[in-house]
Design a binder for this molecule. Sequence first.
Ligand code: SF4
Ligand code: SF4
Length: 361
Amino acid sequence: MAEEVKKKRLTDIGPHDYNEYLSPVIKNNYGKWAYHEILDPGTMVHVAESGDKLYTVRMGSPRLVSGSFVRDICDIADKYCGGHLRFTTRNNVEFLIEDEKNVEPLKKDLEKMGYNVGGIGNIVANIVHTQGWVHCHTSASDASGVVKSVMDELYEYFVEDKLPSKVRIAFACCLNMCGSVSSSDIAIVGTHRKPPRIDAERLRNLCEIPSTIAACPTNSIRPDTVDGKPGVKVNEETCVFCGSCYTVCPAMPIANAENDGLSIWVGGKVSNARTKPTFSKLAIPFIPNDPPRWPGVVNAVKTILNEYKKGAEPGERVGEWIDRIGWPRFFKITGFPFTKYHIDDFRLGETTMNYSSHARL
Ligand code: SF4
Ligand code: SF4
């Protein structure tokens, strides 16, 4: 029986070759595109050297989707796009259309189904985000709930081209920073404010003590003897509540309903256009979790976006705008208090990183 199963097992086959799923117009013009134009914040056209055209309609998605959502978008792709669609790197859906006549009917169908077309140009595109309370054990906040609350308020910036440049917003529910919070125009990051709790009995049975000690970036964990048996102790004076120890040792839980919340970071980017890529830097150290609509976070993001929209030059990203006006002015016009938490005191970072994500004074 085991031999039978082994024979049937298919392994190391990798993903499907993307060529299998390209539409004919893409296959025929692969690598031979001449230019593209943005027709409106949800539509663009690529023109090939051959004169062929490919229209793209981009639609927002909540990323966490059901089977019926996938079936809906497949039906639209079957009706208008010869069965072809793709997802973008920010989890938007793109419908690829060869016949221009299908563009407007497709958009009307999406509207009827309650889906939003947008996300191209000087806009707020989808928020790159993480698992939150839906699925991860180390989160300090929820991803899907915060993202829905923020995008509801920023809807106009997804569907209309109204900003000086594109604004990338990202969310991560803990300092592991899955995704792109370290390099986004505006980043929302889950944060703890209390040290881990130690369950000595479980720790002995569940955790490898040396790797738990090595996981701490501030050397706050030391070996200890508890009830005559091996254990650890935490120096609460130097612990920065990063949660790294809990990631490797399930007997050091750190989540705390009253003290967990979110921080806001600004000014990061990954592109090399005009200025070099930069890390996001701390703007607000802590906003309490306030589900289901997180008004504190929503207001903070709107404040940053409004001041940026008023003050930035055309083409300037959030970080470039702040660099030009200076951090003191940024804190003044946003009204965010500048605190001791904004000043970098992570000594290890001085030798190991070119840039940290804190202000250097
Ligand atoms: S950011 Fe942290 S909590 Fe969120 S998915 Fe990643 S590891 Fe989990
Ligand atoms: S939470 Fe972070 S800083 Fe605190 S003990 Fe654990 S690993 Fe160290």
